[in-house]
Design a protein around this ligand. Sequence first.
Ligand code: HEM
Length: 419
Amino acid sequence: MSWNEFRLRFTTFSFLDSLTDSASGVFEVRARDPRRLLVWHPDAIEAIFRVDRRMGHLPSGTLGPLLGRQSLLWLDGPRHSLYRKALGPALSGRQLDGWRDIISGTVHSAVDALHPGAVVPLASWARSLTLRVISHLVFGRVEGELLTALRAWVEGVLGSRSRTLAYHYLRVHPSLLALRGTFHRLRPNLDRMLLASGRAAESRSLSALLLAEGPLAPLEDAELRDQLLSLLFAGHETTASATAWTLYLLSQHEEVQHDVLDEVSGTSADGWDAGELPLLHAVVQEAMRVCPPALVAGKRVPLKETELDGEVVRPGTVLTPCIYLAHHRPDEFASSERFDPRRFLDQRLPARHYLPFGGGTRRCLGSDLALREIRLVVAAVLRRRQLRCVNPGAGVRQLRGPTMAPSSRLRMEVTACRD
Ligand code: HEM
């Protein structure tokens, strides 16, 4: 491991923050083969996304073993395209509208449970809500026992920095099999439940789409398991972080919160359509700019020589588009640390500058679902409850693998019920 790789892994935020003022936007993290570059210059990001189809895509060091080697998150070639064709339409547009009542009902039940006087761990509350939503989409219903096992498994791996590092490194040391067993003891049971729920899923669910007669069939157990786990994980972890960050940032910016509440109260719109609540939408976008739930997009590997920002990059070089650094470029976002949703009012930023959902041929398949869901939650919470952050000092960034959530210590008190 090179010194810069060490800094990136063990002192992630101070290392990334030390790069925000760099005008270059391409940083060599490792010189030896495979050479590794962190990329956030707009031209370089655009160049990568433009030729994405001709790149290889590598699993993340932590998520790879967690989600499985056949996960559609890093599958390449025709099979990857088949997955996108099978799932993409169901996760956007009219087909997503078909899930609106169920998603809204799930959101409102979670808000019902916020009783006045209660003190709620924000990130965990958001995770349990978004996991129920994605379970509906994947299986057509909430699979309670499976979700409990999944949360235990994910917390065991990503719940703290030390657990993530232990999972990342100890997993590969045969001499530490006893410790390895601790991480893996939940896995077989989880896999069994995933396959049973997946094969019994309702007909319009994502799982049923994967299993339908067609070019993906027949799907073997191992591959099905990897996709179900990937959809459940990708479909809840980052959405929960973005929801929690948005609610936390609003609690710390009373004027903005007041304006959003005014917007929400002045209409019966629930947030499903961005155009009906433009300030709320801008708030969610700005929250994801300041605190992107995914720090980096997936790793890209050019298969032949590629020009990047004036430099010819050799095949095999690992390119990691850095969302966090792109969102904090001072030349694009003045006072980039400031939470200022007006940046997004009446303006759409291209993926070269703003890429919470990545881009190119791997752009997040769930972005439409995620944005609608986050707006629904924030609108419902503001309309129906008054929250106060009990410990704003805990609103600090916590790494969960390559994703970034507010600290699990962050608590909100429900100070009033507006129903
Ligand atoms: C705020 C919430 C979310 C954020 C910030 C987010 C972010 C991302 C990012 C950065 C990528 C990698 C893109 C790239 O490498 O260029 C990705 C991929 C993906 N996301 Fe999301 N995501 C979110 C919610 C969701 C949801 C709700 C789903 C629903 C199933 C989902 C499913 C996926 C899938 C399947 C991929 C892999 C796409 C591919 O490789 O072709 N995501 N997401």
